[in-house]
Design a protein around this ligand. Structure first.
Ligand SMILES: [Zn+2]
Length: 253
């Protein structure tokens, strides 16, 4: 058995680069809810990987990267409606900046939203109040402090880990064990460093299967594509050890 991990970024009225449309997302979530899929919490997934927890056969982990505000506006109500769980990886510096002032949400494509981060973070990035509201559906974890994008500060990798972890403790009250690499960038040295700072489970952007084998340092994820049909096929493949390993080697299906 393998638990597939799905990777989303933006949910917006129109689909585009790393963006699912609201309609596609609703269709996918409706498919999961109506076909007996269990969406795991991050802790359940962590214990599953360690071999300490056996989830139901059709289980999946839904993840979101970065902490875009459209997740609150569009994804949160849909997940809630279908009674599903998800995990969101936050760039903690961006959330802090977005929480400093109030601005109206504006739906924006990824490229534009990214440009707004340094000038008007509150417009496009989640704030701590919204995160508090979303807690009934989402688990929140670290996606480093700055995402290595230099939108505000430029920090060392050590600070990426430490500052992010400190912020999670201060704002959400727990020692974070889960780290998602920004843009999937990492190497052996960084993995070791992250683990030394207290992160125990590391999420990549590589496709593949996730078996309950205690190997915590390279969680495989699948970038989401269009519609329920694609999702049905993908979950079938990546729930299966053999098929999933085979398909992981094929780049674009
Ligand atoms: Zn990211």
């Amino acid at each position: 058995m393998s638990v597939p991990v799905l990777m989303y970024h933006h949910i917006l009225p129109q689909s585009s680069f790393i963006t699912s449309s609201v309609d596609e997302f609703r269709e996918q979530m409706s498919f999961l809810a109506q076909n007996g899929w269990t969406t795991l919490t991050s802790d359940e997934f962590y214990r599953y990987k360690k071999g300490e927890f056996t989830p139901p056969k059709k289980s999946v982990l839904i993840t979101f990267d970065d902490g875009w505000r459209d997740n609150y506006i569009y994804a949160y109500p849909i997940l809630k409606e279908f009674g599903l769980k998800a995990t969101l990886f936050l760039i903690t510096e961006w959330i802090e900046k977005a929480s400093e002032c109030k601005e109206n949400f504006e739906p924006m494509k990824h490229k534009e939203a990214k440009k707004e981060v340094s000038q008007h973070p509150a417009k496009v990035i989640l704030n701590w109040d919204e995160i508090e509201t979303m807690k009934d559906v989402f688990d929140f974890h670290s996606h480093t402090y700055t995402h290595r994008d230099n939108c505000f500060d430029t920090v060392t990798w050590k600070d990426e880990f430490q500052k992010s972890r400190r912020m999670m403790q201060k704002r959400l009250g727990f020692d974070d064990l889960h780290l998602c690499w920004p843009r999937g960038i990492y190497d052996e040295t960084l993995m070791k460093q992250a683990q030394e700072e207290g992160f125990e489970i590391l999420y990549t952007i590589q496709r593949g299967i996730n078996k309950p084998d205690g190997k915590m340092d390279e969680i495989k994820r699948i970038a989401v594509k269009k519609g329920a049909k694609w999702l049905k096929k993908t979950l079938f493949i990546f729930s299966n050890d053999m098929l999933g390993s085979l398909y992981a080697r094929i780049k674009n299906d």
